[in-house]
Design a protein around this ligand. Structure first.
Ligand code: NAP
Ligand code: ZN
Length: 353
């Protein structure tokens, strides 16, 4: 075991603060990385503040971060994919049983024994919780380390590991492409990646936002149209016309308003995980035979496919790079939707702690 520098929260109400955490020494199949950048996901905030206490209670201290890009510093004797000096990336998953039907299908996120990058019992550390990427280094089994295309900027590539795959995967699943009208609800970290992918897949892309100040950005990111969701007239104009809508909103809101935007057999997929449950009107599904789905990040093969797609199309997140010392301020700004469109922590800033 060794000590790594990190930021962690000691309770649901305390700010993130400088600390050290225990990491395992690399085993035969492990890769050790120096973390260069880590994106700031709204899930980090939900978990640091124990907002998912019902489904996934937070164990403290909690070091969040699951959008990790780094440089390999050491590999185990049986690890073949990486060598020291290579770039590597880690998303929301660091382990799974490898033998269940979900793992065999490359859908490790649905493995009953999946281990998340943070706040998950760690079999290597006597069941203590895993610690995430707000840290200077990490040790992970090489099956869960991904390759980063060399043309992508690293600060902007980090958010692909969660915001990227979480929007790419459902759009692939629901065959978003040419000739489809696609909506993205909420222009945040996930939403802005959803717009980039829907546009890259060739769909007619419409952004639903509560912040009309984001209109120009939405168009620049690839939207064909922007709808102010608080304006009933604008909403009415599109009613019954969408093939697919991705809802990436972090707070409770009226999902019925978006179900009513779907055409016959259209699908609304929710990826946002608000602390409080949504209310569903049966008629929003019944009229138009609409379907409502969810989607959880993506498996390891699809995450690599997404990174390669981003390499080919030169897609990264639009990021504001911050030093780790600004993380608490960044959380407050994220709550006000005041980020364009993802914070990415430069972990070089941790060296001075
Ligand atoms: P984010 O950057 O904070 O973006 C959320 C966006 O939602 C905001 O930019 C805002 O967009 C909109 N919004 C916020 N509060 C709202 C409200 N009260 N009413 C209506 N719209 C509101 O968050 P994120 O990192 O993209 O994450 C979004 C959600 O996805 C979080 O709940 C996160 O935990 C979840 N998530 C899920 C998965 C998964 O696998 N399913 C993976 C990662 C994250 P506008 O200003 O455009 O309205
Ligand atoms: Zn995330």
């Amino acid at each position: 075991m060794y000590k790594a520098k990190a930021y962690s929260a000691s309770s649901a109400t305390s700010p993130l603060a400088s600390t050290t955490i225990a990491r395992r020494d690399p085993t035969d199949t492990d890769v050790q990385m120096e973390i260069l950048f880590c994106g700031v996901c709204h899930s980090d905030l939900h978990q640091v503040r124990n907002e998912w206490s019902g489904m996934m209670p937070t164990v403290y201290p909690c070091t969040p971060g699951h959008e990790i890009v780094g440089r390999v510093t050491k590999v185990g004797s049986a690890a073949k994919k990486f060598k020291p000096g290579d770039l590597g990336a880690i998303g929301c998953l660091v382990d799974s049983d490898g033998s269940c039907p979900a793992c065999k299908a490359g859908l490790e996120q649905f493995c009953p024994n999946a281990v998340y990058t943070y706040n998950s019992p760690d079999k290597h550390m006597d069941g203590k919780m895993t610690y995430g990427g707000y840290s200077d280094s990490v040790v992970v089994d090489e099956r869960f380390v991904l390759r980063v295309p060399s043309n992508l900027t690293l600060a902007g590539a980090a958010p692909l590991l969660c915001a990227g795959i979480t929007t790419y995967s459902p759009m692939r699943h629901w065959a978003v492409g040419k000739g489809k009208k696609v909506g993205v609800v909420g222009l945040g970290g996930l939403g802005h990646m959803g717009v980039k992918f829907a546009h890259a897949f060739g769909a007619h892309t419409v952004v639903f936002t509560t912040s009309m100040s984001k209109k120009e950005d939405a168009l620049r990111l690839g939207a064909d149209e922007v709808v102010l969701s608080t304006d009933a007239n604008q909403m009415k104009r599109h009613a019954g016309s969408f093939d697919f809508i991705l809802d990436a909103v972090s707070a409770r809101h009226d999902i019925n308003a978006y179900l009513q935007q779907l055409r016959l057999d259209g699908n609304l997929t929710i990826v946002g995980v608000p602390a409080k449950p949504h209310e569903l009107n049966a008629t929003s599904l019944i009229f138009g035979r609409h379907s409502l789905s969810g989607s959880l990040i993506g498996g390891i093969p699809e995450t690599q496919e997404m990174l390669d797609f981003c390499g080919q199309h030169n897609i990264t997140a639009d990021v504001e790079v911050i030093p780790i010392q600004k993380i608490n301020e960044a959380y407050e700004r994220m709550l006000k939707s005041d980020v364009k469109y993802r914070f990415s922590i430069d972990l070089a800033s941790l060296k001075s702690e």
